[in-house]
Design a protein around this ligand. Sequence first.
Ligand code: PMP
Length: 318
Amino acid sequence: MTDPFDDHGQVPAYKRGYACVDGEFMPAAEATVSIFDHSFLYGDGVFESILCRKGRPFALQPHLDRLEASCRYLQLGQPYSAEQLTEMIHELIARNGLESGIVRIVVSRGEGYPVSDPRWAQAPKVVITMQAEPAVKRDPKKGIRLAIASTRRIPPICLEPRVKSNNYLNHIVAKLEAVAAGADDAILLDVDGNVAELPVANIFAVRGAVLSTPPSGTILAGITRATVFRLIETAAVRMDLCVQERELSPYDLFTADEVFVVGTGTGVAFVNSIDGRVINGGVMGPVASAVLGAYEELLDSGLEPLPRSAPQISQAGR
Ligand code: PMP
């Protein structure tokens, strides 16, 4: 086995270190998946991305719970318990010696005859990798420019949004549109024209002391989003705020005091414009700043978000 860290600059940074494939650790650059794997062929699988800080995975249990629910929904009988996955993740972090980064778990339906019939793939494949956070990180003081994509979020009646599946084409097409429009990222609306989410992040609008975010029915209700709820409810964000899940229209975003987005890879990022309309003068507002500060404090503390995952649902009107 080659030394995965001694690559003489030949291997791109994201491939350095170890990966864990079906419980076995190997250099990530040497790990392979079959060309007959059903995730490669059909996107038939699920995944989780988990943030690591100070060598610890953040909110691991909620991620493992969501992974298990996604597997159950797709009837993917992956063989490992949450305890076994936890052990593998800790070992991978230790072997890679990374203080911070993103651990990614992928469960594929596995290899099988190349037809989409899931019964041909009987042995799910479990791959865990870890990447350092990108060397060129987005400056949190710089906001992001969003464009509303014409591509709508696939509705729950077509594909259950709570399942974090390996099918991201809907999100990728929206991102392509946004990039072509000169923006950093896309906002996907649902089929009724309400705001849903970004390709890999959830969105909040601030008006006065109220933070609003779309309800969980048509989106992937993220773990960072749930963490923000808890930071506000427990007054870790040192402002008098309340948070509600409600339908938001593009109008609500255009007229908000502040808009910000959250996700495992995104962190907390404020939005400086949407379709060229500048929000809050294009600078970070006090609420986004307080939420970012409280989130970073929580990550640095090594504490887990408190274990309630949803806020009181408020039916407040627009
Ligand atoms: N929505 C989508 C579609 C995503 O892929 C992600 C990233 N996992 C999010 C929202 C944010 O979720 P989380 O906070 O759990 O990363």
